[in-house]
Design a binder for this molecule. Structure first.
Ligand code: G3P
Ligand code: MG
Length: 346
């Protein structure tokens, strides 16, 4: 009958749309859910007129913890199960680098959590700044280093370690030490700490950053706080001043193309998992709060973009971002964005 045909069409449309959600400022603030996000996810998990699952992935510039640990936390606060198979942190695509580099300095995040992350990606010898401080505290005159830090660190003679690459996975908790160690390795002879290249600026060891956001929303009531992009441009400025040449480096995360390509692969395999169909949904909706990463990246990649007012973007009613306007619209919160997109597609 006609009614059945219409229902069939809607089911097809539901399988042909998908959401990519930013986390900070859209689904949560740190470890507190944004309440509307719970209802939005419930709707997509099948609590809708068709009783069908609408695929979604989480695409965050956050990081610093193993994917499994962050998914467990998010599942609890969002009251919906979040699988690692639908989850991309800033550093998740960096696992591909493990086939090129064995010995890496991994920076950022709480304690030495990022060691475990890098090991889970397959890097063979993973060291953190705390390991280096445990070896020689004098390397960083203004370090933060406690007995607790020492307990987390590995006893290593770094005069014998040749680093293959520098990987910044998350926000530095000790800018002074991390600046110093990154610059030391960039200016080193072949990746050995304590050495200086005869020709600094020519062919330094590769340096990767997991994302480029300048600021992010926090519990602070004032303007958004600085994050990894601000840390990176400081390194770039120091490197340029010390060597006279521009630092060659690679940045992952939104809005970099590599991250969106990776997201497509994740969407494809997630579709396979929930609908047993091996295809990327055509109508992807990115819901984000940061015009300079979520929205500009989504626009460039041909996704529909929804900007929400629960995070970095602070525009007034009726305003879009002047530099990177969301092409599907601006919404008070994620639930309004999801409802509007579902209304459009089904
Ligand atoms: O920029 C740091 C991070 O908190 C941003 O996360 O989820 O908004 O991409 P997200
Ligand atoms: Mg955000």
């Amino acid at each position: 009958s006609q009614v059945q045909d219409m229902a069939k069409e809607k089911v097809q449309a539901a399988k042909n749309m998908a959401f990519a959600f930013d986390i900070d400022g859209v689904l949560a603030h740190g470890n507190h859910a944004i309440p509307e996000a719970r209802e939005a996810l419930k709707m997509l998990n099948g609590d809708n007129e068709l009783g069908i699952k609408i695929p979604y992935i989480l695409l965050t510039n956050g990081g610093g913890k193993p994917e499994s640990e962050r998914c467990e936390q998010l599942s609890q606060i969002l009251e919906s199960p979040i699988s690692v198979d639908q989850f991309i942190q800033s550093h998740t695509p960096m696992q591909a680098l493990a086939q090129y580099y064995d010995t890496v300095l991994v920076l950022g995040g709480e304690g030495v959590k990022c060691r475990g992350v890098a090991q889970s990606y397959g890097f063979k010898a993973v060291y953190t700044p705390k390991d280096v401080l445990a070896w020689n505290q004098e390397i960083s005159p203004w370090r933060c280093f406690s007995e607790e830090d020492r307990a987390q660190s590995l006893p290593v003679d770094f005069s014998r370690v040749k680093f293959d690459a520098i990987l910044v996975f998350a926000d530095s908790r000790d800018y002074a030490t991390d600046f110093q160690l990154i610059i030391d390795l960039l200016l080193s002879e072949n990746g050995y700490l304590g050495t200086r290249s005869k020709n600094p600026g020519a062919g330094s060891i590769p340096c990767y950053f997991s994302q480029g956001d300048m600021v992010f929303p926090t519990a602070y009531k004032g303007p958004p706080r600085m994050t990894q992009g601000a840390f990176r441009i400081s390194i770039e400025a120091m490197y340029k001043a010390l060597t006279g040449v521009d630092l060659e480096r690679v940045v992952y995360g939104k809005p970099e193309l590599a991250t969106y390509k990776y997201a497509d692969e994740v969407l494809k395999s997630w579709m396979e998992e929930i609908h047993n169909e091996n295809k990327i949904p055509q109508n992807v909706y990115m819901v984000g709060d940061n015009p300079a990463s979520d929205i500009i990246g989504g626009n460039m990649y041909g996704w529909n973009t929804c900007l929400v007012r629960t995070g970095v973007f602070q525009g007034k009613e009726g305003e879009n971002d002047p530099n990177s306007p969301a092409n599907f619209g601006v919404f008070d919160h994620v639930l309004d964005a999801v409802k509007a997109a579902v209304r459009k597609e089904l």
